[in-house]
Design a protein around this ligand. Structure first.
Ligand SMILES: Nc1nc2c(ncn2[C@@H]2O[C@H](COP(=O)(O)OP(=O)(O)OP(=O)(O)O)[C@@H](O)[C@H]2O)c(=O)[nH]1
Ligand SMILES: [K+]
Ligand SMILES: [Mg+2]
Length: 523
């Protein structure tokens, strides 16, 4: 019985259905030291000071020796100056710094080399061709270096995603967020949660074994009516094996640990939308009546002539989208048609599209002409868009709105705020730029609320993360409702499986393909 229990505890700790919880499992790629050796230019394309060419795979050392003189391998991880020449013709290619990273202490876990050559296109193509002539070497596919790093357990799936985001990060907030993910924060969090579930599962499985022997399950479930009930019950049973379990993981702790886990998952799930906004940009929609200066504002914020500006009302018809860095946050800025009634069919279609885009906005930048507030179009816009959105007191995570009164340069001099009766607003002149700093400050606050603080805030940046955390939470719900120990254990296993898949344990090829598609060749 004692030995049986230990077997069960360790089996639960390992998990009978998923091989290892949240391990950094690989894909179909072969283990370190086998397979082809790949090479690619890892720095950007085009003329530059230094270009970095990498290789990874078992023939890396041979490739390094074939191209360099002297032919011996440099000391591991130390930059050495070498003359590079083409192994076929002996023709000199460049004088370059080379590095030798013997596996497994390398980015991919395999033998790797780096050639830091002068960045002219002729040098780069000469070295790439020379490498291509070495037997066993072939050009790398997009993301193949990172994929090998993942296959060899150097990076978890969430870290791979962080790396992809870091390469694509365009704003400061995105960079901070990607770095946190690359540091493995999300993976660590999931591994901690999975460990909690493993302990709970060990407890339940051991009890299943115990009750099979002693026929106790029925009575306990009758009394408790739920896993929480029988967990408490177990600690009351004076059996040596149960006492052992109680010491290693007291049932009341199991109860509260799983409950704590539910709370933590809920907090992160509520933050998920913010994390996704931080990764792909908040939707900021500029809207208002015709000629308010919406297109002028879009051009000012994006610092380029995205939209046509003209004195003619109804200039903008289609929704025009442009990605911008707004005060360090990524945003997708949309210019829209001026909202008004009684217009021709083309402009009407523009108005319909504008209204549709307004519904999808995370943040509405409502623009009015400060000198034209009494016009029917302005009044209608205030009544139908600004006031319902509750400008001035944005609440919670719902759609937010900033009201901007443009063309302040046309207001009589000395008039600080001509419209104190309007909902909270900012004065701006797209013509002179006055009020722009205040607007950017307000935008920063709004975007920080929408996207979260990148250094402490949301960690879930993809819908994939949200899907698995929700799956885990749902399974914990089933666990609580299970009236049968076997079902309760199965629910815990399902919950743990979701966490495991989030970090890449048992990741399917499809997910890997989608993630690695984001990478460029050489990464
Ligand atoms: N004086 C002044 N004129 C401005 C300002 N901003 C925009 N304008 C002018 O107002 C007119 C309309 O500007 P747009 O940016 O085309 O306005 P819009 O809201 O995009 O117009 P529609 O697309 O037609 O709905 C243009 O002649 C601009 O030069 C401003 O701050 N001050
Ligand atoms: K216009
Ligand atoms: Mg316009």
């Amino acid at each position: 019985m004692w030995r049986g229990l230990w077997t069960l505890v360790s089996r639960a700790a390992r998990g009978p259905h998923s091989p290892r919880p949240c391990t950094r499992q690989g894909s179909r790629y072969p283990g370190p030291g086998s397979g082809a050796t790949i090479f690619a230019l890892s720095s950007g394309q085009g003329r530059c000071g230094i270009a970095v060419i990498r290789t990874s795979g078992p023939a890396s050392g041979h490739a390094l020796r074939s191209l360099t003189a002297p032919r011996d391998l440099p000391p591991a991880r130390k930059a050495c100056l070498r003359l590079l020449s083409d192994p076929r013709s002996g023709e000199p290619l460049d004088r370059a710094l080379v590095l030798w990273f013997p596996g497994p202490q390398s980015f991919t876990g395999e033998d790797c080399t780096e050639f830091h050559v002068h960045g002219g296109p002729a040098v780069v193509s000469g070295v790439l061709q020379a490498l291509g002539s070495v037997p066993g070497l072939r050009p790398a596919e997009a993301g193949e270096f990172t994929r090998r790093a993942f296959a060899h357990g150097k990076l978890s799936l969430t870290e791979v995603e962080g790396l992809a985001d870091l390469i694509h990060a365009e704003t400061e907030a995105q960079r901070r967020q990607a770095l946190r993910q690359l540091d493995g924060e999300l993976g660590d969090l999931c591994r901690g949660w999975a460990e909690t579930l493993t302990k709970a599962l060990a407890h339940v499985e051991a009890y299943i074994d115990f009750s099979e022997d002693d026929n106790l399950e029925e009575g306990v479930l009758d009394q408790g009516g739920s896993p929480w009930g029988w967990e408490v019950e177990i600690s009351g049973i004076q059996r040596p094996q149960v006492l052992l379990l109680s010491l290693s993981f007291p049932p009341s702790t199991a109860d509260s640990e799983v409950r704590k886990l539910e709370v933590a998952l809920g907090v992160h799930l509520r933050d998920a939308r913010r994390g996704q906004r931080l990764r792909s940009g908040a939707h900021v929609v500029v809207a208002g009546p015709p000629n308010a200066g919406k297109s002028s504002l879009v051009n000012l914020l994006s610092r380029k002539p995205v939209s046509i500006v003209s004195p003619e009302p109804g200039t903008t018809r289609d929704v025009l989208e442009t990605p911008v860095d707004l005060a360090g946050f990524p945003a997708l800025l949309s210019d829209t048609a001026g909202l008004r009634e009684g217009v021709g069919p083309v402009e009407q279609e523009g108005v319909r599209r504008a209204q549709k885009r307004l519904e999808q906005a995370d943040l509405i930048l409502a623009v009015l002409d400060a000198t034209d507030l009494a016009s029917p179009a302005s009044c209608n816009f205030l009544d139908t868009v600004v006031i319902p959105a509750g400008a001035g007191n944005p609440s919670g995570n719902s759609q937010r709105l900033l009201l901007v009164l443009n063309k302040s340069d046309l207001l009589p001099a000395g008039c600080s705020d001509p419209h104190p009766d309007l909902p909270s607003h900012l004065l701006l002149s797209c013509l002179t730029g006055e009020g722009l700093d205040g607007l950017l400050e307000a935008l920063k606050k709004e975007l920080a609320a929408l996207c979260g603080d990148p250094s402490t805030g949301p960690l879930l940046t993809r819908s994939r993360h949200q899907h698995h955390l929700q799956g885990c939470l749902d399974a914990l719900g089933q666990y609580k409702q299970a009236r049968d120990l076997a079902l309760a254990a199965e629910a815990l296993r399902v919950a743990r499986g979701h966490l495991s898949r989030l970090t890449g344990g048992g990741g399917t090829e499809e997910i890997l393909d989608i993630i690695f598609r984001d990478f460029c060749v050489g990464k």
